[in-house]
Design a protein around this ligand. Structure first.
Ligand SMILES: [Zn+2]
Length: 198
């Protein structure tokens, strides 16, 4: 894998304000801000080949690790050398989030030298890439998995930054819960009324 590959030969987009460097504490590479970045700037637009989960399972680990889930059963994979944009790591306290299925934007102002990270809960809806997390954030979940998108605390923190297919799942879950709440209130009212009449 040649992370020195220049932007001009890369299929994905990485903002010229970002650079890829070895992150020894992480045992691999990471993407950093080379200069200050304002909230809302486009940092990454990934590209690759779309495969379903059955095909993904047949691919080597190195490809799977750098893939991105973009739909219920579709994954974007770099089937050539990993590209600079593929080295954005997970954090449970990220400074970037998804905009659409394949773009990453800054969620706040980012200082030069900060690592660019996003929470895989924003993109992952299945268990193809689960791992213990030691990102060091005070709110670190300790484990990253395909069900993290169900975490309601994150719904508030990452509102507007989920992949569209997960935003739809979250909306459906919220609607189901509202309907359940309405039903339980109606049942409650019915019971109180029957108590009054007996
Ligand atoms: Zn973590």
């Amino acid at each position: 894998m040649d992370v020195r590959r220049s932007q001009s030969t890369s299929n994905s987009y990485l903002s010229p304000k970002c650079i890829v460097r070895i992150a020894e504490e992480k045992g691999g590479y990471a993407v950093y801000a080379a200069e200050p970045i304002a909230k809302g700037e486009l940092l990454v637009m990934w590209s690759g080949t779309l495969v379903d989960s059955a095909k993904l399972e047949t691919l080597p680990d190195a490809f799977r690790r750098h893939s991105l889930q973009v739909e219920d059963d579709l994954f974007l994979v770099s089937l050539t050398d990993c590209e600079p944009a593929d080295y954005v790591n997970h954090s449970c306290s990220p400074n970037a989030g998804l905009s659409g299925q394949i773009s990453l934007v800054s969620m706040r102002d980012i200082q030069a030298g900060e690592e660019i990270t996003y929470d895989y809960a924003m993109s992952d809806g299945s268990d193809y890439d689960e791992f213990p997390c030691s990102c060091g954030a005070p709110q670190c979940r300790g484990h990253v998995g395909g069900k993290d998108w169900r975490n309601e605390t994150l719904w508030v923190r990452y509102a507007g930054y989920y992949s569209p297919y997960l935003a739809v799942r979250i909306m459906r879950m919220k609607n189901r819960r509202r309907a359940q709440l309405r039903r339980s209130r109606i049942d409650g009212v019915g019971k109180s009324a029957s108590l009054l009449t007996t």
